[in-house]
Ligand binder design. Structure first.
Ligand SMILES: *[C@@H]1O[C@H](CO)[C@@H](O)[C@H](O)[C@H]1NC(C)=O
Ligand SMILES: *[C@@H]1O[C@H](CO)[C@@H](O)[C@H](O)[C@H]1NC(C)=O
Ligand SMILES: *[C@@H]1O[C@H](CO)[C@@H](O)[C@H](O)[C@H]1NC(C)=O
Ligand SMILES: *[C@@H]1O[C@H](CO)[C@@H](O)[C@H](O)[C@H]1NC(C)=O
Ligand SMILES: *[C@@H]1O[C@H](CO)[C@@H](O)[C@H](O)[C@H]1NC(C)=O
Ligand SMILES: *[C@@H]1O[C@H](CO)[C@@H](O)[C@H](O)[C@H]1NC(C)=O
Length: 286
């Protein structure tokens, strides 16, 4: 990386953005397929060649892996988004897998990977809500010494293979129904806890030893429909908006009130192939 890159990117950290031509507002795009999943209102896939966006930014879906994997980017969030396994339009619910946790699971080392509560990723004003049917899986990131102490003290803790060298290790623990649990087995000193929803068995059982399968199997989200029609108005309520003139029309950036991580910002940039020139314009707008 060239020197100066990081301060340049640092400028960007608090920006969440959606760039599009001005004419876009309000029209729903027609339903399209991504892999086996039909993406239709309120979800939408951007049409990059026309620069059209067709809905609320929180419902934007990115079709990855050569057009086979739909990802809910969830623009108000500090995350890599969620892989969509299925959308149940009538029930207003969707089955998703947390990409950040998958990355943690598959990384050879957890050094530098953040571990967030899933609810934090959705943000406080989200149209999405973790479904009450989910169970809790609690992950503890502990220093080596704290981990040994926690393991001796809490027999429900399971050691995982997620670790950062000799520095820290991650433990898992089952924690009852998602909204019914307030006791997370006591905080363990020297450990950071992150709560994530998992589906568990039909009987509502979670065995933390199965943490890999539980994380990969995902969980259910429900959604509230955003108002149809004028998306501009709704976006303005939860984001600071900036707009500027470009060669092709008017572009908009929404600065989230929540700080996105470097990672999610970076993936947004990659995703949308933003012209660095318009990025500079955005930096000047701040
Ligand atoms: C789509 O469904 C078919 C048949 O159920 C399955 O074989 C295939 O793997 C699925 N593709 C994706 C991308 O999920
Ligand atoms: C993507 O899909 C196209 C068409 O099905 C195929 O020719 C190409 O090899 C695929 N690329 C990758 C990286 O899978
Ligand atoms: C656990 O903590 C260590 C040290 O603070 C950090 O480097 C690592 O990224 C953390 N891992 C996770 C999964 O949060
Ligand atoms: C995650 O949730 C637990 C339980 O509600 C809470 O104690 C903890 O502070 C949360 N952590 C973050 C980073 O929000
Ligand atoms: C959880 O799974 C492990 C390994 O499969 C098994 O040894 C253990 O008995 C299970 N625990 C419960 C409470 O079922
Ligand atoms: C949407 O709302 C904005 C702000 O209130 C307004 O300026 C714009 O004209 C509206 N657009 C439509 C299509 O109603």
């Amino acid at each position: 990386m060239p020197p100066g890159c990081c301060s340049f990117w640092a400028l960007w950290l608090p920006l969440m953005l959606a760039v599009a031509a001005a004419k876009e507002h309000g029209e729903a795009c027609s339903a399209r397929k991504c892999g086996n999943t039909t993406i239709s209102h309120p979800f939408w896939l951007p049409v990059w060649d026309t620069g059209r966006s067709c809905g609320s930014p929180e419902f934007e879906v990115s079709c990855r892996d050569n057009g086979t994997t739909p990802i809910l980017l969830n623009s108000g969030a500090i995350s890599l988004g969620f892989v969509i396994i299925n959308i149940f339009y009538e029930e207003h619910s969707l089955h998703v897998v947390d990409r950040g946790k998958l990355e943690l699971l598959h990384a050879s080392s957890s050094c530098g990977l953040p571990m967030w509560n899933t609810s934090v990723k959705l943000g406080p004003r989200s149209w999405f809500r973790i479904a009450p049917v989910n169970m809790n899986l609690i992950l503890y990131n502990c220093t080596k010494a704290a981990g040994a102490a926690a393991l001796a003290q809490d027999r429900e803790l399971v050691q995982t293979r997620m670790r950062c060298g000799d520095e820290s290790e991650v433990f898992a623990r089952a924690g009852g129904r998602y909204y019914e649990t307030t006791d997370y087995g006591g905080g363990h000193e020297g450990c950071d806890a992150a709560v994530m929803p998992v589906l568990g068995t039909w009987a509502g059982e979670v065995n933390a030893s199965d943490y890999e399968r539980l994380i990969s199997d995902g969980f259910l989200l429900t959604w509230q429909s955003p108002p149809t029609g004028n998306f501009t108005r709704q976006i303005k309520s939860s984001f600071h908006q900036r707009s500027w003139q470009t060669r092709t029309g008017r572009a908009f950036a929404w600065i989230s009130l929540i700080r996105p991580s470097y990672q999610s910002w970076h993936s947004l940039i990659e995703d949308k192939a933003i012209d660095p020139k318009s990025s500079l314009v955005m930096a000047n707008q701040r």
